[in-house]
Design a protein around this ligand. Sequence first.
Ligand SMILES: *Cc1c(COP(=O)(O)O)cnc(C)c1O
Length: 236
Amino acid sequence: MAENIAKTGDEARGDAGDIAGSLAAVRDRIAAAAAQAGRQASDVTLVAVAKTRPEADVRAACAAGQRVFGENRVQEAQGKYPQVRADVPDLELHLIGPLQTNKAADAVALFDVIETVDRPKLATVLAREMEKAGRRPTCLVQVNTGEEPQKAGVAPAEADAFIAQCRDELGLPVAGVMCIPPADEEPAMHFALLKKIADRNGLAVVSMGMSADYETGIAQGATHVRVGSAIFGARG
Ligand SMILES: *Cc1c(COP(=O)(O)O)cnc(C)c1O
């Protein structure tokens, strides 16, 4: 693997040493936040969000031991991961951006976790495509905790019914929930609401917290934090 990293080094925008150092710092802060909350560091999975970053950055993170990655666009991920995966077979890929139904088949083929199941039409198409493909990526239901009109996700009041529909009617492998709180609000109450929805539906996975607020997410019970810029640097 070291050889591959050396080969792709020229096209890297980030520096492999920086990425390894940032990853270590984020992991330390995750461990500290978990300890503070009386939890184990191993209870929290770091999803390294590599959107807009070149394959070389993903390889640098892999070389530093990172295995779980997040992408928000199907097409971008299709171009970036097949080669990396040939070298890093235990890489786990999460879709964290909105999914169009006409990309559902591609998403089912590529991703291990689809974090953004946010409407009945998409859930129905995903169930059909999983049946066809014989591949069943883990699903998270996205909840629009701030009820923002421009943001994807089911309203909190509709979450229980939608989770039941996905799980019981459509047979989707729903493992948890995710949210992106409003940018201008204190995230803690949104995270607490999401955790409550997970608990009352018997769901173990709670994906919440990004570079600016992942420690708050961990304090509120996040099992997955999605961190991009704190690892790879600011996006252009
Ligand atoms: C981009 C993105 C992230 C990571 O954001 P950073 O602030 O760079 O950590 C997390 N979750 C989602 C859904 C995103 O789109």
